[in-house]
Design a protein around this ligand. Structure first.
Ligand SMILES: C[S@@+](CC[C@H](N)C(=O)[O-])C[C@H]1O[C@@H](n2cnc3c(N)ncnc32)[C@H](O)[C@@H]1O
Length: 283
């Protein structure tokens, strides 16, 4: 039976509430291709019924399976290259210099928000390990979070196929940061030890995530409404230290968010610093 307007509206409104992703009337094909297996598993005969079941039964496991199926987890190591060049050549050297003068000189906190299967977080660790020779003497934590349980589990596993490795990891980096086995590559234990992964919905408050020197929040807000996107970036500002940095996706910009962030440039990369606002500044 072809998907109807009612099906799309019911699923769209459920998904919007669960994780903020906007599915408009053009996304019928996406709902069909990603949720068809769930339709059968949940014993629903239409997508409308599936959405109703998920709402009325408040079935956490069904919610989880819908989120896992509907989210786009496309990612790769060193995606878009330029932000990682800026991290290596501009933002981290500046942070390291600033910390040399501060009271907590050897502490670095970086958040990969919407980390998908972990390639972004592990790319950041690779940069850190290559840039800071005495890294073991530093107190470093890279936090990776995502709304999809399946993505968080994959990130925590830290195991990548040859195909995934070929998308961005050089031969030298493989040898330095990974261990090979028959079917793929596992991140080294000392790389894994610098990371932690957990489920977190960016629409919801950020309980106990802490404050960060750098936040990567790339290629996720593009799926949200304008209001949810603005609210997200303003809340991320609260999680950044005053001299911290925010990286967004290569097709994203914060220029419409207002004066809260100051754009910074390094070669082809644009990233942002929280701007202290006076009480009279317009919002
Ligand atoms: C296209 S991937 C981007 C991954 C990585 N940041 C990158 O740029 O390669 C988008 C990720 O956002 C996650 N996501 C979608 N909605 C979310 C939400 N409300 N809270 C947290 N993560 C979300 C998805 O599960 C998916 O893994």
């Amino acid at each position: 039976m072809p998907i109807t307007k009612d099906d799309i509206e019911a699923v769209g409104s459920l998904v919007l509430d669960l994780c903020g992703i906007v599915l408009d009337e053009t996304k019928g094909y996406l709902i069909e291709s990603r949720l068809a297996p769930l339709l059968r598993a949940a014993g629903a005969s239409t997508y409308y019924e599936l959405a109703q079941k998920a709402r009325t039964q408040r079935d956490e496991s069904l919610h989880r399976r819908i989120i896992d199926a509907i989210t786009t987890n496309e990612t790769l190591f060193f995606r878009d290259a330029a932000p990682f060049e800026a991290l290596r050549h501009k933002t981290l050297p500046e942070l390291i210099d600033a910390k040399a003068k501060s009271t907590t000189p050897r502490r670095l906190r970086i958040w990969s928000a919407a980390c998908s299967t972990g390639q972004e977080a592990y790319s950041i660790v690779m940069v850190l390990r290559e840039l800071i020779p005495d890294l073991p003497k530093w107190d470093v934590q890279i936090l990776g979070t995502d709304v999809s349980d399946a993505a968080v589990q994959a990130a925590s596993r830290g195991y990548f196929t040859n195909f995934e490795m070929e998308r961005g990891v050089s031969a030298g980096a493989r040898q330095n940061h990974f261990v090979r086995d028959a079917a793929g590559w596992r991140v080294r234990d000392d790389v894994r030890a610098l990371t932690s992964f957990r489920k977190l919905n960016l629409l919801e408050p950020f309980p106990n995530v802490g404050t960060f020197d750098v936040i990567f929040c790339r290629n996720v807000a593009i799926y949200f409404t304008a209001a949810a996107r603005k609210s997200l970036f303003l809340r991320l500002k609260q999680q950044l230290y005053a001299g911290g940095y925010l990286f967004v996706g290569s097709s994203e910009s914060l220029l419409d968010i207002g004066p809260e962030f100051a754009p910074k440039h390094h070669c082809r990369s644009v990233f942002y610093q929280p701007r202290p606002l006076s009480p009279t500044s317009s919002k």
